[in-house]
Design a protein around this ligand. Sequence first.
Ligand code: SF4
Length: 374
Amino acid sequence: MRHFHTDFAPFDTLYIHMPFCSVRCDYCAFYTIAGASEKVKADYMVGLLEEIESIAKYTSDMRSIFLGGGTPSNFTENELTSLMNCLHKHLRIPKTCEFTLEANPQTITKEKLNILKSGGVNRYSLGVQTFHEHLRQKIGRIGKVDWVERSLAFFEENKLKNFNCDLIFAIPGQTMEEWQYDLERIISYAPKHISCYSLMIEEGTPLYKSGMQEGDPELSANMWLKAVELLEKQGYKHYEVSNFAKPGYECIHNRDIWYGHPFLGVGPAAHFFDGINRLANPADIQKWLQKAPYEIDEISKNARYKEIFMSGLRVKEGWDWGQFHKKFDPTFKERHLKVLNQLQADGLLKNTNESIFLTQEGMLMSNYVFREIL
Ligand code: SF4
């Protein structure tokens, strides 16, 4: 069924796309189905379990599994139990495997938590976004602030320590004081990991169609700097442009992917990377259920290595040249020396004999840096 470069198998990293949400947020550009019937969700689950079985032979002991969406916590207890049973029947999931589930505040219950916990889920990611009701409304974010607060209290009561919270900043009209309040509020719940994303208004989304413009770039840059300042002061390591973690709690799954680690993906619209090509399941549940072939983003090896180089550069320590050259492209530095020197002279990156990484200024202007390298 699968035709990717099995030279890179066995895989130890798996992404499972669970594309269902109760309603759609106005800024959402992910493939997700809002308000799907129970029948569609049940068909999906059958297809998903089959797909997991079909990829099992390409896997080794799992290093990370990520249940993303959509809203994976939206599934019923029975469905989550079937999924956990299937994963354990077909994959080898050691205790060391980082096993994350994305949850939305209003859908997580004690019963579900028990099922997930006994299935090995040991990390949660919660879409908080903002503690301001009027900003939630502005971006059409599902759920009220008190739902978010109840979920965070629920995490505390159940002694769930290893969780991430996503926050959004640079919402048009959002003030620096409101952003600082969101940061302080989230810090008070002591998540081990915090992701801060500036609001992107992507084509095709309701926000885009409404004509909303992205916030003032200068205020957005200052909000990002505020996040770095406050979170670092609280002992969070700023380890990637948008990500912060307490020591030892960086997200293994995302970090591996940023560094070009091959991974498998299952579910409609799931992406996967076989070490050479990027592949994507159809972003259409009916086509996926009919097992329509996945799309292959075939580009030259050099173009792929350039892409991996830039994605790894988002991580604070950047690349160890020896490793990048050994694993990917032995002449990369030599071929790009002129532009790298120029970016270094502009104070945007630091390029030494051993390694290369973005400065704080470079992180702020990462899109510019990547355009220059391209
Ligand atoms: S909860 Fe997440 S996946 Fe679902 S609609 Fe909102 S942003 Fe999209």
